[in-house]
Design a binder for this molecule. Structure first.
Ligand code: GLU
Length: 490
């Protein structure tokens, strides 16, 4: 095992962490844990204008929820602190200064307005976009003239005009780029903040990062980074760019595909272990067929070699299926514990709080088989808790039956049930099956009507178990209410 693996998750708090961000975090975490390396969180907060309030907290909460613990970074500190780029500005300024004095970078005094006009002109002439290098070779006199005008310059990198830049990516292989396609990009903005390129390179070097695992969208930035590493005399970390994540329609993943911020998945009742499993398979696989892998199994088997170049498809149906698998594999106690906060929050206020744990304990096994998310638990279990059921009275009339025959059947059921001493699954079955026959009904007809009467739904957990949990009193009062509803039907 390589003890010197140091990887980082370097989010920008310009929004709430989405699936793509967290997939990057997870792959870095898995790689660190697999190799006995170090997982670092570094907050890239140099884009002051796009910073979002609460963004950092949301990122850290997301990591905590998925139990992706970090060895260095916010809150935990570390030998390479600080881990917020906004607190490391001096480092970037020094690097920029050094590049200027070495002749690898220069001050640019062009106004935003001039750059705007230049861009418009490039578009008009169908020329490739990029800075036209007007300030690249200013004479000393020209420079001091600009200085006396009081213009605060930016610092730009002096990209080579000829030749090629090449690098190796562990996933994409050898990439070669013509230097003529690389413009003199900005290193330091006029507000004194670095651009992503400069800060990223300086920090990956100064934090001794060994491998950079990040999304494919950053691949085009590598040639610039490579030039910077060379000019600064740093060794470039190894690179692995993770494949894109697309929606099932192969368009860029968005809310439209049901993808939301990672924090939202928690609210919607996804289990963190299912989420980790699902995210791990967005671009990595064990063997092209195994779907269910615990966090432990993932750590044990993760490898960069099994990361694919093919875009991963984000499929909410698969996530829901997987979450259902994880829900069903929970112990009844665990399922109950995890469901309680959802029930407590989502059940209507008329349901007395605190909820009766005894009752919840009886209800939950009937729900565990069916819920795909914890948020669904409330929806599926609601009828167990509320006093009045809201449903269409017509559902009470069984197939090929009339209001009269339905009424008769329900009355007969009411009568039988009221005589029952023990109200459990077997005793209910023992009276209700023969009753169907007595009434000349198919069991489906009678049980269907009873199901609607006691649950208010046409599909519910197995009838006798459900009735046993609801208890005699509730069932009888619900059948009574059902009869009243039937009566009101004209
Ligand atoms: N701050 C960049 C982001 O938000 C980091 C890219 C990188 O990992 O280099 O994705």
């Amino acid at each position: 095992m390589n003890q010197s693996v140091r990887v980082r998750f370097a989010p920008s708090p310009t929004g709430f962490p989405h699936v793509g961000n967290i997939r990057t975090a997870l792959f870095n975490w898995l790689f660190a844990r697999r190799t006995g390396g170090t997982f670092i969180v570094r907050i890239e907060d140099t884009d002051v204008a796009r910073k979002v309030e609460g963004g950092v907290e949301a990122i850290l909460d997301g990591l905590r929820w998925l139990e992706l613990d970090w060895d260095e970074g916010p809150e935990v500190g570390g030998n390479y602190a600080p881990y917020f780029q906004s607190q490391r500005l001096e480092l970037y300024r020094e690097a920029a200064q050094r590049l200027v004095s070495q002749g690898d970078a220069y001050y640019c005094y062009c106004s935003p307005q001039r750059l705007e006009e230049m861009r418009a002109e490039q578009v008009k002439r169908k020329k490739p976009p990029g800075y036209d290098r007007q300030c690249r070779d200013l004479s000393i006199a020209e420079r001091s003239q600009k200085e006396t005008e009081g213009i605060t310059p930016v610092v730009r990198f002096k990209a080579p005009l000829e030749g090629q830049t090449s690098f190796n990516d562990l996933i994409w292989g050898e990439v070669v780029v013509e230097n003529s396609t690389i413009d003199d990009f900005i290193l330091l903005k006029s507000d004194g903040y670095p651009t992503y390129h400069l800060a990223n390179v300086v920090d990956d070097h100064s934090m001794a990062i060994s491998h950079v695992l990040r999304a494919e969208e950053w691949l085009p930035s590598v040639p610039r980074h490579k030039l910077l590493y060379q000019a600064l005399g740093y060794e470039m970390p190894q690179l692995a760019h993770l494949p894109m994540i697309l929606g099932p329609d192969r368009a860029k993943l968005s809310k439209r595909h049901g993808a939301v911020s990672i924090n939202e998945y928690q609210v919607q009742g996804y289990l963190p272990e299912a989420m980790v499993n699902f995210l791990a398979l967005l671009g990595w696989s064990l063997d092209d067929k195994t779907e269910i892998l615990s966090q432990q199994e993932l750590v044990k088997n993760f490898s960069l070699e099994r990361i694919s170049r093919t875009a991963a498809i984000f499929n909410t149906d698969k996530l829901n299926w997987m979450n259902g698998v994880y829900i069903r594999s929970l112990s009844p106690e665990d399922f109950e514990q995890r469901s309680l906060p959802f029930l407590d929050k989502e059940l209507p206020p008329e349901v007395k709080r605190p909820l009766s744990i005894d009752y919840v304990r009886q209800v939950m096994p009937l729900i565990q088989e069916r819920a795909r998310t914890l948020a669904e638990v409330t929806e599926l279990a609601q009828f167990f808790f509320v006093t009045e059921l809201d449903y269409d009275a017509n559902w009470l009339i069984g197939k090929d039956m009339s209001r009269e025959s339905a009424t008769k059947a329900l009355e007969a059921g009411q009568q039988k049930l009221s005589q029952l001493k023990v109200f459990h699954e077997a005793s209910l079955e023992n009276v209700l099956r023969p009753l169907a026959e007595e009434l000349g009904l198919k069991t489906g007809q009678l049980f269907g009507m009873l199901r609607v009467a006691v649950t208010g739904r046409t599909a519910a957990p197995p009838l006798f178990q459900t009735m046993a949990v609801l208890g005699k009193e509730r069932c009888l009062s619900r059948i009574k209410a059902a009869l009243a509803k039937l009566h009101e039907l004209s």
